[in-house]
Design a protein around this ligand. Structure first.
Ligand SMILES: Nc1ncnc2c1ncn2[C@@H]1O[C@H](COP(=O)(O)OP(=O)(O)OP(=O)(O)O)[C@@H](O)[C@H]1O
Ligand SMILES: [Mg+2]
Length: 351
């Protein structure tokens, strides 16, 4: 049987998962977003035994990041948008699936997972295997930008250009979609993590101060920007003096942080411009009106939309609730499967 017919015949996939480098979200059909937690697991070193009777996953594990003693390994099992640690990913997915699945259905759930558009067949296989071994009965895949476009309500099935810029923790995905297909896309292994890293290095270089990645993330969220602010901000930061080795605090301003973030921000801007260059003339002309929608945590960096808009001359909008767009897209797709028949492609559905 044709896989698409089979899929539509079943018509009842139970959950959609956005397996992200930074955050994992689960949408349960008929219920909505049932889980939204950091993609972090604390295990006994050298094993995949999740600590605290299996409770050191997600929020609880992120609390331990960079603060754990030697007898605890706190692991982020995805890197740059793809699975870096297969066993730990599986342990995490098992925990999350059990948490939302409860004992409601008695049988193992069918799952659709959003994956970066740039991943290889081997990487796709790893996602499917992890989910199957974590307890899924069947696993289907959909590309993240397509799910995001559906999640924010763009007319993905129509013959008009819809453009998505998804800035996640590990990857940035830029895609132009028309008639249910991705016309052109760029998947960049640069996102929030690289931005945090740039900040850690800048502060070490400029202030001889070592800060952790979590502090860098807080600075980025609190005062980070991509475009000059009406009122520039300051913030007190704490770390360890890299020469004296002692704790020290200092104050940093948003102009400096902007300078520190410039490398990865410009790399993302370049990906947007290259995608536009690769877009055909007819679709390109649509974009003058429709512009692009930004999603993912990184889209919330102050003035990022303004920077992209000034540099491309196109309208740019940050989606409402940008960090849930992908998982809401999987949910909307599953709850309106008939409507999205033409948007689904066989190769995405095959597990
Ligand atoms: N308000 C904010 N301002 C700037 N960055 C933010 C903000 N909130 C979250 N982020 C960043 O967004 C990133 C996480 O975004 P998101 O949850 O969309 O990524 P992900 O889907 O897990 O990753 P990927 O899609 O790359 O696999 C992190 O790097 C985080 O620091
Ligand atoms: Mg993502």
């Amino acid at each position: 049987m044709h896989p698409l017919d089979y899929f539509l015949g079943l018509m009842s996939i139970d959950m959609g998962i956005d397996l992200g480098t930074a955050n994992t979200l689960v949408y349960v059909v008929g219920e909505g977003i049932a889980l939204n937690e950091p993609t972090v697991v604390a295990v006994k070193p050298g094993t995949n035994h999740v600590l605290l009777n299996g409770h050191a996953v997600g929020v609880n594990a992120k609390e331990m990041l960079e603060k754990a003693p030697a007898n605890i390994s706190v692991i982020r099992p995805l890197k740059d948008g793809v699975i870096a640690d297969f066993d730990i990913t599986e342990a995490m997915l098992r925990h999350f699936i059990l948490k939302v699945h409860k004992r409601k259905w008695g049988i193992r759930p069918r799952i659709i997972i959003a994956i970066p558009s740039g991943i290889t067949t081997v990487e796709k296989r790893a996602v499917v295997n992890s989910a199957e071994r974590a307890g899924a009965r069947e696993v289907y895949l959909i590309s993240e930008p397509k799910a995001a476009a559906i999640g924010v309500g763009l007319p993905v099935g129509e013959p008009v250009a819809s453009m998505i810029v998804d800035i996640g923790g590990g990857t940035t995905e830029v895609a132009v979609i028309s008639l249910g297909d991705i016309f052109t896309h760029i998947s960049l292994r640069t996102g929030g993590d690289k931005i945090d890293e740039a900040l850690v290095q800048y502060i070490k270089r400029t202030y001889n101060l070592d800060i952790g990645y979590r502090t860098a993330e807080r600075i980025k969220i609190q005062i980070g920007s991509a475009f000059p602010l009406k009122e520039e901000l300051t913030m007190e930061i704490r770390g360890r003096d890299s020469i004296a080795g002692l704790p020290r605090a200092t104050t940093i301003g948003s102009e400096e942080v902007r300078e520190a973030l410039q490398g990865p921000i410009l790399a993302i801007l370049d990906a947007v411009k290259s995608t536009l260059e690769n877009t055909g003339a007819e679709l390109s002309s649509d974009l003058i009106e429709t512009g692009m929608v930004m999603v993912g945590g990184g889209s919330q960096i102050r003035g990022f939309d303004r920077l992209i808009s000034e540099e491309t001359g196109l309208p740019v909008k940050v989606a409402d609730d940008p960090m849930t767009a992908v998982v809401r897209g999987t949910g909307h797709l599953l709850e309106n499967i008939e409507m999205y028949k033409d948007v689904l492609r066989d190769e995405e559905l095959q597990s």
